[in-house]
Structures are given as C-alpha cells and as structure tokens.
Design a protein around this ligand. Structure first.
Ligand code: BEZ
Length: 192
C-alpha cells in the first residue's frame, strides 16, 4: 500500500453520493474537529478497540522519529467510545489530506446515547500500511510518545487531550489510560 492514502480514499468514492453522513471520531477528532460539521454527538462502535499502534510521521512525529497515534483494531464484542460528526462529503478532501499517513475510509455502524443506530464512516489505519508500528509494551509506547514532536505539536499533548476527552465522555479505555499513567511517571522522573 502506498504511503500516502489520499488517492486511494478519493478513488474509493465511499459515501460520495450522500448529501450528509456520520463520521465516527476516536482519536483527535473527539476533542478537535478542524472542519465544518452540521451536528456532533457521542457515539460508540462495536467490534473495534483503540490502540496507539499507528506511526505519525506528519503530525506528531517526523519520518526520522515517528510518534504514535490512535487507530482501531478488530476486537469482537469490544465497544469503542468516540464522537460522531454529521458532515457533508465536501469534508472528505480535508480529512483525506489530514489523515493521509495510512488511514483509509471504512463504513461502520454506530450507536448513539439514545440507543438509535446509523451507518457512517470511520478512518482506520490497518496493519498493512507503511506507517504501521504495531504493538509494544506500554512503557515503550509511553516513552516514544513522550519523546516525539511533529508539525501538529508534541505527541504527549495528543495523548493527554485524548485521555481527558475520554474521561469527559465517561468512557473507559484501559489502553489509553495505562499509557497516560506511564507517561506521567516518566515525565515526573525527568522533572517534567
Ligand atoms: C480520529 O478519530 O480522530 C481520526 C480521524 C481520522 C483518522 C484517524 C483518526
């Protein structure tokens, strides 16, 4: 798979015929949109779990020293909490560019707080993309995040903003909270 997924997403044409649709956000989209949307509300998707297994060469790291950002991996029965945005397809171009470092569009069912469901879109970086880093011990992930910086800022800010946003949603995410706790210990050890 090519490093830049912009063309693959444009060619896939998923949902382009729709006037509006739901986009499920599980990473930075939970706390910051950066695009126009019609409405947003908390949602969950089932069968996926959030993991800091995707490398970031263009936002929270560099090609020489990639950071780590969230993607989703399949986990039967797991429930992943996030934020859903009702958008128009015009937003795709912005997102395809912003998330060009390995993320592809997938369709997903999402569930809202009132129990209603809808079909929508989610960007996922899968293990076959070139920026994929995969699993590592929590300590190693936290150290990499602590050390990484990119054009969008320190990698630690991405992690801490995400953890705070998940708590605001009352969402439990043992993986994210374990990395956050280890990062805080590492920073305390270094007088941060
Ligand atoms: C997010 O949910 O924040 C997200 C959006 C696009 C790509 C990766 C993650």
């Amino acid at each position: 798979m090519s490093f830049d997924t912009t063309a693959a997403n444009r060619n896939a044409g998923r949902f382009a015929d729709r006037d509006e649709l739901w986009l499920f956000g599980y990473g930075s989209l939970i706390y910051k949109a950066g695009f126009d949307y019609i409405e947003r509300k908390p949602a969950t998707i089932t069968g996926w779990q959030r993991r800091f297994w995707q490398g970031s060469h263009d936002h929270r790291g560099t090609p020489a020293a990639p950071g780590r950002v969230a993607t989703l991996v399949e986990a039967p029965g797991a429930v992943c909490a996030g934020m859903a945005y009702r958008i128009t397809p015009a937003v795709f171009g912005h997102l395809d560019h912003r998330e060009k470092n390995g993320y592809l569009r997938f369709s997903t069912a999402m569930t809202f707080a009132d129990g209603s469901h809808d079909e929508g879109l989610v960007y996922i970086a899968t293990a076959d993309n070139e920026a994929w880093l995969g699993d590592a011990p929590i300590d190693a992930i936290a150290r990499q995040i602590s050390a990484s910086h990119g054009p969008s800022g320190p990698n630690r800010d991405y992690l801490l903003n995400l953890a705070e946003a998940l708590r605001a949603l009352d969402a439990d995410d043992a993986h994210v909270f374990a990395i956050e706790a280890r990062l805080r210990e590492i920073e305390a050890e270094h007088g941060g």
